[in-house]
Design a protein around this ligand. Structure first.
Ligand SMILES: [Fe+2]
Length: 232
């Protein structure tokens, strides 16, 4: 599989059963992981909206994973944490980092961000010494001023795009990738239908159209994750 050969990690997924709007059952979770386009290394990132305690979330995440049983995929845990105003000073974010690293996946509001919202995101880097990763960048760009994503990237925010972006709008997605803005890719897979695993499909498409060297930055970042994380 090309994504495995390039050492890529799917850092955004909702395959854990019955935790959020992702997989609806253990069977669906297994199907997602067994799908030919599912990456070999997958970070489980259920949504965290702050409606349960951090402890309960972590316990449920572990139980959901255990319920799937054996898989040949390498899995580690993270979360897709929805924006909250105090997040730049919130030690709790450390509990959501990907596989014990300093990377934490953040989902921002789907509207034009205020300066305060962007400052909160940047503060995760500046105050907490973590690396905020902006989830599915392409879903916010229509609302933002030109240069917003570049500004965040210059201030310590890492950028993740969904693999679907490459399948649906290759030109725009490649423009962002080739500019060096994208640090990570994620399938954001939710089910086996409308938001099915497509990680390897997208990586194959990129390699076919532009050559795999354009994934050098993503590959470098992912190889670091692969060697630094304790995988399940
Ligand atoms: Fe997501």
């Amino acid at each position: 599989m090309i994504s495995t050969d390039l050492g890529l990690v799917d850092i955004h997924s909702h395959f854990l059963p019955c935790m959020d709007d992702g997989s609806k059952s253990v069977e669906m979770s297994r199907e997602m992981l067994d799908h030919p386009s599912c990456a070999s290394y997958v970070v489980a990132t259920p949504h965290f909206y702050g409606d349960v305690s951090v402890e309960a979330f972590i316990r449920e995440r572990r139980e959901a994973f255990n319920s799937i049983g054996k898989t040949d995929k390498k899995i580690t845990f993270g979360a897709e944490v929805y924006y909250y105003p105090s997040m730049g000073h919130s030690e709790a974010l450390k509990d959501f980092c990907i596989g014990g690293t300093t990377l934490v996946l953040i989902e921002m509001p789907f509207e034009r961000w205020t300066t305060a919202e962007m400052d909160a995101l940047i503060s995760i880097h500046d105050n907490l010494s973590l690396s905020p990763v902006l989830a599915h960048v392409e879903r916010y760009t229509p609302y933002q001023k030109k240069g917003t994503i570049e500004y965040l990237a210059e201030n310590g925010v890492r950028i993740q795009s969904n693999t679907e972006f490459f399948i649906e709008d290759f030109k725009e997605a490649y423009k962002m990738l080739s500019s060096g803005l994208i640090s990570f890719l994620g399938s954001d897979m939710h089910n086996t239908g409308s938001r099915k695993p497509n990680f390897d499909e997208a990586v194959s498409l990129i390699a076919e159209k532009k050559g795999s060297s354009c994934l050098e930055i993503v590959s470098f970042n992912c190889r670091q994750l692969i060697s630094n994380i304790k995988w399940e």
